[in-house]
Ligand binder design. Structure first.
Ligand code: SGN
Ligand code: CA
Length: 745
């Protein structure tokens, strides 16, 4: 066993020799190595612009001296980005060092973090670190890899929050969340931990997350101050995809009277919407409520009077909302900053500071009125960016400002390398050590672009998109509308105009598309295999909820049909045939128009199908992978393989009838028809004749010369009533085999 003292350990880090592999394992096995402690202070929705060290328009109004101290005594990263700009996904990226499609936590609405995965806390624990987690977690499953944890349930509360304990019980604690998370972190630091071993502490605040409830001591902060507005508060959304205008995160349109604006009662003015109350107020004691009302009451009264007088224009109302929002947000930040100070002070007093790496970060950025928005999700700069400030005495010199492109998937490998532990090969991020020890300058060979993917949610109606940010440009793709967007960040830092169609940018566009595809290849992104929902589309969400209700009712349903619009069409052109053959056996139609393999995959994963105990399922999927985005056959075939895998996971005893994708296009040499043929050639191999039964009905729809007729497929894709009759007949041989009592002709 080698013994390494702190100096040699740091020197070896600086020389880059402590990395993955034998050295690292040896080092981590040594009990007396002075490996650094890691204190990771992590807040929720804290935008770079609300940290004064970043130097934004708010820096003088709302300084953050304690957070800034980390930058002053260490480094601040200006090009620090997340991989997916929402809570759970960002946290999963951090824990695993992998993009969302690899760690499986793509969205906040359905995903549960798979705790069996390799995470950096588990590996640090194995390497001898004591590990602790306090505060917001938001990954649904219980934390693993921690010697001690105490977490907020879900989003948690600001006022007298509950904490879930390691034994699964929940305890309500009196006080203000940001203070309590720090109290508990300090208690652990001061408590019974082994002083001879290094530690990892994740101190994770709820603040400054919506609905922005300050600590009582900060109610009057910024009272008579006008918070500077961003230039784009009244963005008109011209020059960009129409999806940018359609989101529901607008200060003007989407704030609740109670929940966000902290007023009581119901708004009489139509420019205030949303009926959600301020539930944090309801958690307060009578004394706290009185203090709250005393602080906010007069301003509220004035607003009501001004609204009633008719004096306020729409823009005045938006400005008022902006001020109310920002003051509360910045008050929450103030408490975070004070609590960062408390932790830093303790590190000083206890003598731990010298050998402790301190990082301040947040799960994503946030819109502080830019584009007229609150919230995040978009690849635009304010929410793509994450704060990243780091202090590491002896390794990082003071006052470094870095413009290297870094990302949250880098944190896990960085922490592992700091601890001298091996970095698993399948982690997709890169250790930041070579950047940290190079005064923040990107060393040769460092990445020149980051990959980003947001998978779409119902909340705030931001559609799925993915893209790449390089030093100068940003490109992204919106699959729902099949649109590219391109921004020149140097000429248009506020991202006001997409130049994707500007001939002057043709070469840049081509280059950025190439980078986009290259990074997707590098990270192994095949959207056909990534479970994806379409909640942003209202009709899809309504159909999903309706079908989920039917499934959950657990009715006797021997037969289900899984697919896209061709399957959904049993409710339209196929209705007569369905009524005759399938309605009598209580079959269930789970066809969703426009679905691709990734959507069906998501529906099977989260659809509760096991409640139905079906005797068989008939699946037709894939033609939209071909039609919408001309995906390569092998990607779609992999998607179908994934769907089958998920189906078998959910319904291990139900045979799945896999239909060859129906022909499309009038002629046999139609490129999309040929693409489908190619997919069929691949997927027929997935059948085993028992659990997966292959059925190719294609010939039945074709004329002898292999052309399609308009009588069968009026648009050469969807079936006519006669087409559904043919489909039903084609299935007839199955019924006996599957023991189903479907009426035949
Ligand atoms: C809640 C908020 C949203 C926010 C999401 C995700 N609504 O749903 O505004 O985008 O959390 O936030 S609220 O009515 O509950 O305030 S995240 O930080 O967890 O990603
Ligand atoms: Ca968040």
């Amino acid at each position: 066993m080698t013994t390494v003292n702190r100096r040699t350990f740091l020197e070896s880090l600086a020389a880059g020799s402590v990395a993955a592999g034998a050295d690292a394992r040896e080092a981590s096995a040594a009990p007396d190595v002075q490996r650094p402690n890691i204190v990771f202070i992590f807040s929720d929705d804290h935008a770079q612009a609300a940290i004064s060290a970043y130097g934004s328009r708010l820096k003088d109004t709302a300084p953050t001296p304690n957070i800034d101290r980390i930058a002053r005594e260490g480094a601040i990263y200006e090009r620090s980005y997340c991989a997916n700009s929402i809570c759970g996904p960002s946290r999963a990226c951090i824990l695993t060092g992998k993009h969302s499609h690899k760690n499986g936590f793509t969205d906040n609405e359905a995903c549960v973090f798979d705790g069996d995965q390799v995470t950096f806390p588990k590996l640090l624990q194995k390497a001898g670190y004591q590990t602790a987690l306090v505060g917001k977690w938001h990954l649904v499953s219980q934390p693993r890899g921690f010697d001690y944890w105490e977490i907020l349930p879900g989003q948690g509360n600001y006022i007298h929050p509950e904490f879930i304990q390691m034994d699964g019980s929940t305890r309500r604690v009196e006080g203000y969340c940001t203070d309590l998370v720090t109290d508990k972190s300090l208690a652990w630091l001061k408590g019974s931990r082994d002083r001879n071993r290094p530690f990892l502490l994740l101190c994770q605040h709820k603040a400054p997350h919506r609905n922005w409830i300050p600590a009582e001591r900060h109610y009057d902060l910024f009272k008579d101050v006008a918070i500077p507005e961003p230039e784009t508060l009244f963005d008109t959304y011209e020059g960009r995809s129409s999806a940018v205008a359609r989101q529901k995160m607008s200060i003007a349109r989407d704030f609740n009277w109670g929940h966000d604006m902290l007023l009581h009662g119901k708004p009489a003015d139509p420019r205030f919407s949303g009926s959600m109350d301020n539930r944090e107020y309801q958690r307060m004691t009578p004394e706290q409520k009185a203090a709250f009302d005393k602080a906010y009451g007069p301003e509220n009264e004035k607003l009501l009077a001004d609204l009633a007088s008719g004096r306020m224009s729409d823009d005045d109302v938006t400005r008022w909302k902006y001020q109310r929002y920002m003051k509360n947000y910045l008050r929450c930040v103030k408490a975070v900053d004070e609590n960062v100070g408390r932790l830093l002070d303790y590190l000083d007093e206890s003598g731990l500071a010298d050998n402790t790496v301190v990082i301040y970060s947040a799960d994503q950025g946030f819109y502080l009125g830019e584009h007229g928005w609150f919230d995040k999700r978009w690849i635009f700069e304010e929410s793509l960016s994450m704060p990243f400030l780091i202090r590491w005495p002896g390794v990082i010199p003071k006052g470094v400002r870095s413009r290297a492109l870094i990302q949250n998937i880098d944190y896990a490998p960085t922490f592992l390398q700091m601890a001298g532990a091996a970095v698993p090969e399948d982690m997709q991020g890169h250790s930041l050590l070579p950047v940290l020890k190079n005064r923040g300058r990107a060393p040769a060979g460092w990445r020149t672009g980051i990959y980003y993917a947001y998978y779409g949610e119902n909340t705030h109606a931001v559609p799925m998109h993915d893209g790449v940010r390089t030093d100068r440009y940003k490109i992204f793709f919106l699959p729902n509308s099949n649109e590219w967007q391109l921004f020149d960040m140097e000429k248009d830092p506020k991202e006001q105009k997409s130049v994707h169609a500007d001939p002057a940018y043709a070469a840049i566009l081509a280059d950025m598309k190439q980078r986009y595809h290259a990074l997707r290849r590098q990270y192994d992104v095949n959207n056909s295999v990534i479970p994806t929902q379409r909640m942003v589309e209202e009709w899809w969400r309504a159909r999903w909820q309706q079908k989920l209700k039917e499934t959950r009712a657990g009715r006797d349903c021997p037969l289900i049909f899984l697919g896209d619009s061709i399957t959904q069409g049993w409710e339209e052109n196929g209705k007569a045939v369905w009524e005759k053959h399938f309605a009598p056996v209580q079959a269930l139609n789970l066809g969703f128009s426009g679905d691709r393999t990734e959507h069906l995959l998501w529906r099977i994963k989260y659809g509760g199908l096991d409640a139905l105990h079906p005797r068989a399922a008939i699946m037709l999927i894939g033609t939209n992978n071909t039609g919408h985005l001309q995906r390569p056959a092998e990607e779609t075939a992999a998607g179908i393989r994934a769907v089958i895998g998920e189906f078998q996971k959910q319904l291990p005893r139900t045979p799945l009838v896999l239909l060859a994708i129906f022909p499309r296009g009038e002629h046999p040499d139609d490129p999309l028809r040929r693409r489908n043929d190619e997919i069929n050639d691949r997927i027929r191999l997935l059948a085993d004749g028992a659990r997966v039964i292959w059925m190719d009905l294609c010939e039945g729809f074709l004329r002898p010369d292999k052309t399609l007729s308009r009588e069968i497929m009026p648009d050469y894709l969807h079936l006519s009533p006669a087409g559904y009759e043919l489909w039903s007949r084609g299935l007839e041989p199955l019924w006996k085999r599957l023991g189903l009592d479907v009426a035949t002709r």
